[in-house]
Design a protein around this ligand. Structure first.
Ligand SMILES: Cc1cc2nc3c(=O)[nH]c(=O)nc-3n(C[C@H](O)[C@H](O)[C@H](O)COP(=O)(O)OP(=O)(O)OC[C@H]3O[C@@H](n4cnc5c(N)ncnc54)[C@H](O)[C@@H]3O)c2cc1C
Length: 399
């Protein structure tokens, strides 16, 4: 986006891409469907961004969700809006967005070299940047008055984003805030023996507590896995859980399996089930309340025998555990499984009106490399597109 925009405004642009083709992460985003942005208004959008969305206000003012959609329409990509304001390409193929972007950048005159990993960058006393890179096994150097680093974060390194830009930025005098995986699955005690193969639990509520304080609460779908929890609500809560696990050994989780029902309503529901069918065993009653593979796990948490006859005490335990099933989070999955990197190039050292470094004239940043990250819903790609557009515009001297 930055390269294409700068070239569109007349700059001479060389784009160096480490992999065999650019935009690998965009191509797999949104499970291959590419949740490219969200239609939320700017003030709500900024609330989804950490640690401080206000840094992005100028970038969003210049190029926001509606601009992106219009831009894509012009390049031949139609879009559709889904639940929660999430926007996807109408073809449901993130690949089409990547190809459209690439063709546009080429049409604008960007010179693209693939298989060209940058190995080092320096800034000379003459104000010129020197970029060392490899291409076709040869070592080469490119020089330029301006340099944009948009090497992404550390998540899903197989896409080419291996965090190289943090080292380059540091070498050029920038501070990097602590890097952590985010939107990442959470490891939970005692789940391994149930060997869940991704069991989705719909319409549940998860609450996370650390040091006696609620650090997150979400309603929606949760997936039980062989190591812990994943799925939309676990991923959305992972940022605060990961941060809490940096300073303490565990985070308490409370799973409410039936958030729409009170204990009394649940008690009545159990009585109705028992009256209407010839349920005799606890396991049969649980089958009315949850997917079958979840039963052994639930029964263990509730201290119940699935083959035992249903008694008053069992009903009480079921209601208690449905409303508050306690779990212990002790870890999180690494960058290779995370969707995003929290932390990055400190935004205190970057001018939010231009994306230019406050430390090195002519050095720019865009995308996940910066210390801004967001929840799921299309926000992270919009951050990349908007900061790229702003940086490209300013590098070319445009508005
Ligand atoms: C599985 C998955 C699904 C996702 N789904 C969504 C989604 O649906 N919606 C959403 O908003 N966000 C999603 N994200 C997040 C989003 O894709 C990223 O935030 C976004 O791609 C960041 O863009 P970027 O240009 O900053 O970095 P990247 O997309 O990571 O691109 C960085 C580029 O720099 C190249 N590079 C790195 N180092 C070098 C080097 N030394 N030399 C040359 N080139 C180099 C890489 O090869 C790569 O092409 C998803 C992420 C993942 C992992």
């Amino acid at each position: 986006m930055a390269a294409g925009r700068a070239a569109e405004l007349g700059a001479s642009v060389l784009l160096l891409e480490k992999m065999e083709k650019p935009l690998r992460k965009l191509r797999i985003s949104g499970k291959g469907r590419g949740n490219i942005t969200n239609t939320k208004p700017i003030h709500e959008f900024l609330q989804k961004i950490y640690p401080d969305g206000s840094f992005l206000r100028p970038a969003f003012s210049l190029f926001f969700n509606t601009h992106l959609v219009q831009f894509l329409h012009k390049t031949g990509v139609r879009t559709v809006e889904e639940r929660g304001g999430r926007v996807f390409p109408a073809s449901q193929r993130a690949w089409d967005v990547a190809e459209a972007l690439l063709q546009w950048a080429r049409r604008m005159g960007v010179e693209l070299l693939c298989h060209a990993p940058v190995t080092a960058v320096t800034h000379g006393s003459d104000g010129l940047f020197s970029v060392m890179f490899e291409h076709n096994t040869a070592k080469r150097v490119a020089h330029g008055k301006q340099l944009l680093l948009a090497t992404g974060g550390l998540a899903y390194p197989a896409t080419g984003s291996t965090g190289d830009g943090y080292g380059f930025a540091k070498k050029l005098g920038h501070s990097i805030t602590p890097l952590r995986p985010s939107l990442t699955p959470i490891e939970v005690d005692g789940l391994a023996k149930f060997a869940f193969k991704d069991l989705p639990l719909r319409n549940v509520k998860l609450t996370a507590t650390a040091a006696g304080k609620t650090i997150g609460e979400e309603l929606g779908e949760l997936t039980l896995t062989g190591f812990g929890i994943s799925g939309p609500i676990a991923l959305r809560m992972s940022r605060s859980i990961v941060d809490a696990l940096q300073v303490q050994r565990e985070v308490a989780l409370q799973l409410d399996w039936k958030p729409a029902l009170s204990k009394v309503q649940l008690q009545n529901r159990l009585e109705r089930e028992l009256l209407q069918s010839d349920i005799r065993h606890t396991g049969d009653l649980l089958r009315k309340l949850m997917p079958a593979p979840a039963i052994p796990f639930f029964a263990e948490r509730a201290g119940l025998q699935v083959r035992a006859k249903v008694c008053e005490n069992a009903k009480e335990k079921i209601v208690e555990t449905l409303k508050c099933c306690t779990l212990r989070a002790f870890g999180y999955r690494p960058f290779s499984e995370a969707i995003i990197t929290a932390g990055g190039v400190s935004v205190d050292e970057v001018d939010e009106n231009t994306m230019q470094s406050k430390r090195v004239a002519g050095l720019y940043f865009a995308g996940e490399l910066l210390d801004v990250d967001a929840s799921t819903g299309g926000y992270n790609l919009q951050i990349a597109f908007s900061t790229g557009w702003l940086a490209g515009s300013k590098m070319a001297g445009g508005r």
